[in-house]
Each structure stands twice: as structure tokens, then as C-alpha cells.
Design a protein around this ligand. Structure first.
Ligand code: KIV
Length: 276
């Protein structure tokens, strides 16, 4: 990787920062996000003008071939985050905290620092709510930018009984809204909502001041995210309802990525058939 990467940046393409994302929420400009796991795809995502790149622990499924994200380790996350960071200039980079990397405040801090210092992440993401709210507060208190992941939490699937839509019942929806508020108050800078009814996605987005990024959370969240390999139709087997295949009609990967960004910005994705 060239040294002094920041000095080689194109002045016409300033890097996306948290302030950029807050401004986009305020202006009603949709935020286009994707997951990524390596430098080659990172270059393409950057060229396609993706705003936010998440090195998600979904790498356990789409890269490593596991059934869940549970086997992913901190070393795996640091390795892939560093690879992605080498390919990016403009997008904001979030690194995912894997299963059991944040059971205590001290361990959470140690691992968040690794993702930032060794991996080059600008923000860390934690599956949050309940006990993790105080971990979010602790990290935020150390000036670490935090994305709180709510709704379907894949690291908990063995406990919660599988990959299911969350917040369908009135009580569960109220609980999620309450957790989202508490996480914002604790210092979360972004909330990522996975697999919730569109109406709940809309309410949480309206109530929170921080940007809300949705995956299967309806059209009204401030931004959208998909797993890269799902939207490029690399993943085999049955895909979740919210996935759209952007390779359909696209000549190559870059064109598919550009179509995704355009469809998010122009509010064409997600369409009603992608929502719960
Ligand atoms: O780990 C991940 O890739 C995620 C996405 C599903 C948003 O959290």
C-alpha cells in the first residue's frame, strides 16, 4: 500500500465522514452501503461511489463457508478489514466486532482498538441492545465511533431460534424502539436495523437523530446495506426476501454496483417486494 495515502486523495472526491452521513440524513439524501471483504472488491465499491463499506462478520458465511457468523474470530476481522482499507479512498469504513469480542467493557475496548489500529476501521459495529448498551457507552466514552446493530442479530441465532424477522408484534416493536433510543443516548453514532417490518424501520428512523441504515428494514431508513455476495448473485441457495440481484442485466461487477448505488439514491430499492 502506498504511504501517505491521504496525500494522494483526489480533492474532488473528499472522504465520507460521520459528519457527511449526518448531513445526508438531514438533507434526506440516501446513504448507499455494502459489505466487503477484500481489497479488489473495495476498489470497485469505491469506484461505484458507495458511501459506507462494512467489513461484516458475514464473511464467516460468504467467505469461510460456515452456516452462521459465530465461528468468526477477531483475527479474521482484523485481517479482512485491513485488506479492505487498502482498497478504499472515499467510503467510510466500518469494522464488525465478531461473536464474543465484546463480553466486557475492557475486552470490547481492546478489540475495537485492534479493528481501528490494525484494521484501519473508522467505526466499529456491535450487535447491541440490553447488556451491550453499556459497552456502547464505554466505547463512545473513549471517542470510538460506534454502529449499534439492532433487530435480527445473527450472532444470537442459536439463542433466538434462527434468522427471523424481528419486531412484528406490538410489544417487540416497542422494545426495539426503546433500545434504539437508549443506544443513541449511550452514544451510538449509527444504528443498523436488520430484518424488521418497514413501519418500524420508518418510526425508528424518524425518532433517532443519528443515521439509521437498514437491511430488510423498509424503504424509509436513511440508508440501505446489502451483503455484497448476495446482490452480485454469488451466494448460492435461497436468499432473503430483501435481496435484489443487481447482476441481472449488468455487464460486469462495477456496473452492478453502480446500479445498486443509483437505485438506493433514487429510492427505487427497496421496492415493496423486498420489505416485511
Ligand atoms: O455482518 C454483516 O455483514 C452485517 C450485514 C448483514 C449488515 O451485519
Amino acid at each position: 500500500m502506498p504511504m501517505y495515502k491521504h496525500l494522494q486523495r483526489d480533492a474532488g472526491r473528499p472522504p465520507v465522514t460521520l459528519a457527511t452521513l449526518q448531513r445526508m440524513k438531514a438533507d434526506g439524501e440516501k446513504i448507499a452501503c455494502l459489505t466487503c471483504y477484500d481489497a479488489s472488491f473495495a476498489l470497485l465499491l469505491d469506484a461505484a461511489e458507495v458511501d459506507v463499506v462494512l467489513v461484516g462478520d458475514t464473511l464467516g458465511m460468504v467467505i469461510q463457508g460456515h452456516d452462521t457468523t459465530v465461528p468468526v474470530s477477531m483475527d479474521h476481522m482484523v485481517y479482512h478489514t485491513a485488506a479492505v482499507a487498502r482498497g478504499l479512498q472515499r467510503p467510510f469504513l466500518i469494522g464488525d466486532m465478531p461473536f464474543m469480542s465484546y463480553p466486557t467493557k475492557e475486552l470490547a475496548l481492546e478489540n475495537a482498538v485492534r479493528l481501528m489500529q490494525e484494521g484501519g476501521a473508522q467505526m466499529v459495529k456491535l450487535e447491541s441492545g440490553g447488556k451491550q448498551t453499556e459497552i456502547v457507552e464505554f466505547l463512545a466514552g473513549h471517542d470510538i465511533a460506534v454502529c449499534a446493530h439492532l433487530g435480527l442479530k445473527p450472532q444470537s441465532v442459536h439463542k433466538t431460534g434462527g434468522f427471523r424477522v424481528q419486531g412484528r408484534e406490538r410489544e417487540a416493536a416497542a422494545r426495539l424502539l426503546d433500545e434504539a433510543r437508549q443506544l443513541e443516548a449511550a452514544g451510538a453514532d449509527i444504528v443498523l436495523l436488520e430484518c424488521v417490518p418497514a413501519a418500524l424501520g420508518k418510526t425508528i428512523t424518524e425518532v433517532l437523530h443519528v443515521p439509521v441504515i437498514g437491511i430488510g428494514a423498509g424503504p424509509d431508513t436513511d440508508g440501505q446495506i446489502l451483503v455484497l455476495y448476495d446482490m452480485l448473485d454469488i451466494t448460492t441457495g435461497r436468499k432473503p426476501r430483501f435481496v435484489r440481484n443487481y447482476m441481472e442485466g449488468a455487464g460486469d461487477n462495477l456496473e452492478a454496483l453502480k446500479r445498486y448505488v443509483r437505485s438506493v439514491k433514487q429510492r427505487e430499492y427497496p421496492a415493496p417486494e423486498h420489505c416485511f
